[in-house]
Design a protein around this ligand. Structure first.
Ligand SMILES: C[S@@+](CC[C@H](N)C(=O)[O-])C[C@H]1O[C@@H](n2cnc3c(N)ncnc32)[C@H](O)[C@@H]1O
Length: 316
């Protein structure tokens, strides 16, 4: 037996209550499927991998292996948590974003793959990724946006701001684990209030769910993401109303503002940006085709004139 992982090299006889990998996965997937949790087979594999301290993908070829009693017990406890609609990412305590790994905790928003559209949009406007740049990430949470951008812009430095000190402790560990701590600073403040100006890029994924939509949220979201990371007031736009008037002060005249938005919010947020002095505003879609972020500048730099950000936003 591999004492560390809890796997007994199979096939061999299976004394109860040990169990084979394939049986555990099949039973757990059936229970999760019946409970309507979404991706039952994938979830079962991730949870068994976690219980065994192994890469879930490696279990694909270990179906006949026998799982030791302790690991079976650990796995069953994890499955019970998933049946109670705790997300797998919270159970295993980590989330992949932009091919980096981020620790999660109760205080931080679970990074969504939709937000990768924001990173992609920002990078698509960068004429030279080697150029030095100053980034500001408002509402940094786990630090995922700041880390993804610093990882792609090797000569950039950045500041992540969050109002929650517990979230900033997690962000700090995430920057360390991804080797980016040396180029990042974290500040506890209300949005940009504590910041001076001169940033080349200001990015924010603020809370944007309308309180009236709360009942439509899955338990994985409403019971586990921090409320202040989710809700943007009655219509979801409160944080944008607060942030927008400060953006001209924070960003250089030719700098870029990139905001994540919720479904159907592009027109309203673009209007707030126009009202705050931004002339060139463009929306970008995520992989599902939903308008997911707005890019805005006060003035288009000459180097960008042909790259598309000069297009006026065609909002409703
Ligand atoms: C939707 S989460 C985004 C987290 C992370 N940037 C991401 O994309 O996964 C919004 C973040 O804004 C933070 N936040 C909420 N109100 C804030 C405020 N007034 N000032 C600064 N940060 C705030 C929350 O604590 C939360 O971390």
């Amino acid at each position: 037996m591999d004492a560390k992982s809890g796997l007994v090299d199979g096939p061999g006889p299976t004394p109860e209550p040990e169990a084979r990998v394939s049986d555990l996965l099949r039973d757990a997937a059936a229970r999760l499927g019946k409970a309507g949790t979404g991706a039952p087979r994938l979830d079962a594999r991730c949870l068994l991998g976690h219980a065994l301290g192994r890469d879930p993908a490696s279990l694909a070829t270990r179906g006949n292996d026998v799982v030791a009693r302790d690991a079976v017990r650990r796995f069953r406890r994890l499955v019970s948590r998933r049946l109670a609609r705790e997300p797998v990412s919270r159970i295993v305590g980590a989330r992949e974003f932009w091919s980096l790994t981020f620790e999660l905790g109760d205080a931080v928003f679970d990074p969504r793959s939709d937000s990768e559209a924001l990173v992609e949009a920002i990078l698509s406007t960068a004429p030279d990724r080697e150029a030095p740049a100053r980034l500001l990430d408002l509402g940094t949470g786990s630090g995922c946006l700041l880390a993804a951008l610093l990882g792609e812009l090797p000569n950039a430095t950045g500041i992540g701001v969050d109002v929650d000190p517990a979230a900033l402790r997690v962000a700090r560990r995430n920057l360390v684990r991804n080797g980016l701590r040396g180029r990042a600073r974290l500040v506890c403040a209300n949005w940009g209030d504590a910041m001076g100006g001169g940033f080349d890029i200001v990015v924010a994924n603020p809370p944007y769910v309308a309180v009236r939509d709360m009942d439509g949220l899955a338990p994985e979201v409403v019971d586990h993401d921090p409320r202040r990371a989710l809700f943007g007031g009655r219509d979801g736009l409160d944080a944008y109303r607060e942030i927008a008037p400060d953006l001209c002060r924070l960003v250089r005249p030719t700098g870029l503002v990139a905001l994540e938005i919720g479904r159907g919010q592009a027109g309203s947020v673009a209007a707030l940006l126009r009202g705050a002095g931004f002339a060139a505003i463009e929306s970008r879609r995520d992989l599902a085709g939903v308008e997911r972020c707005l890019l805005a500048r006060q003035r288009i730099p000459k180097s960008q004139a042909k790259k598309g950000l000069g297009m006026a936003f065609q909002g409703r």
